[in-house]
Design a protein around this ligand. Structure first.
Ligand code: GTP
Ligand code: MG
Length: 209
């Protein structure tokens, strides 16, 4: 862990991909099913209590939210910095969203993933207790063409034994190497190592300033 979070701030929010301002630097996006824990993970990764809005009910994040993130090198006397953008996307699979909305959302998401030049890494969040659905499988297909990582969320919700089995399931289903799959929890410090590795991965895509 060479770099630590130095600061993070809200840049912009948009309800459509077309209106989303271009990112000033490399961008990493967090996506996944509604309620999977995207906003919680972002807050945890950035060591912020409530930068991204967390909700008890699915559909809390209705806008695409961009945050600017600055990492600083861990050595106190050196002031090397890395900068980039982290984007929080609204969750898919939200029952109250109409079918039409869902289809157009999935098209827009695919073009964002394929065409957004600044996008360097896609972090797909999956609930430890849930099998991959159609949407996740589509994202994995598209995401594999660029940088893709899987963050297993809510690891605190299952036993250690169950967690091992679930990790194997995600490895098998996604075909991703071990290094691209992270076990995380926004509630329990037990999975701190997974969170830190994920933070290091994000930082590795950011550029020195
Ligand atoms: P949308 O914005 O609706 O798509 O949801 P989201 O994916 O941003 O999820 P959010 O972070 O709002 O969290 C949803 C719920 O899950 C909240 O009640 C969180 O407190 C809870 N939660 C998130 N992460 C964890 C976790 O690691 N462990 C446990 N036990 N609960 C979690
Ligand atoms: Mg959210």
């Amino acid at each position: 862990m060479k770099y630590k979070i130095s600061s993070s701030s809200f840049i912009a929010a948009s309800d459509t991909f077309e209106k989303l301002p271009s990112a000033n630097g490399p961008e990493v996006c967090v996506l996944g099913r509604s309620n999977v824990g995207k906003s919680s993970l972002i807050n945890k990764l950035l060591s912020r209590r409530d930068l991204a809005r967390v909700g008890k009910t699915p559909g809390s994040t209705k806008l695409i939210c961009m945050y600017e993130v600055l990492f600083s090198e861990n050595r106190s006397n050196a002031k090397k910095m890395k900068r980039g953008v982290l984007s929080d996307l609204p969750g898919f699979g939200y029952a109250k969203t109409s079918n039409v909305n869902r289809i157009s959302w999935s098209k827009l998401l695919t073009s964002y993933l394929q065409e957004r030049e600044s996008l360097k890494l896609v972090i797909l969040l999956v609930d430890v207790r849930r099998d991959l659905g159609k949407e996740e499988k589509e994202i994995i297909e598209v995401g594999k063409e660029g940088g893709l990582a899987i963050a297993i969320t809510k690891a605190d919700k299952v036993t250690k034994n169950e967690l091992t089995k679930r990790k194997q399931y995600f490895q098998k289903e996604t075909g991703l190497p071990d290094e691209a799959i992270f076990v995380t929890s926004s509630e329990s410090a037990t999975y701190k190592a997974g969170m830190e590795s994920l933070r290091d991965l994000i930082c590795s895509f950011f550029l020195p300033e």
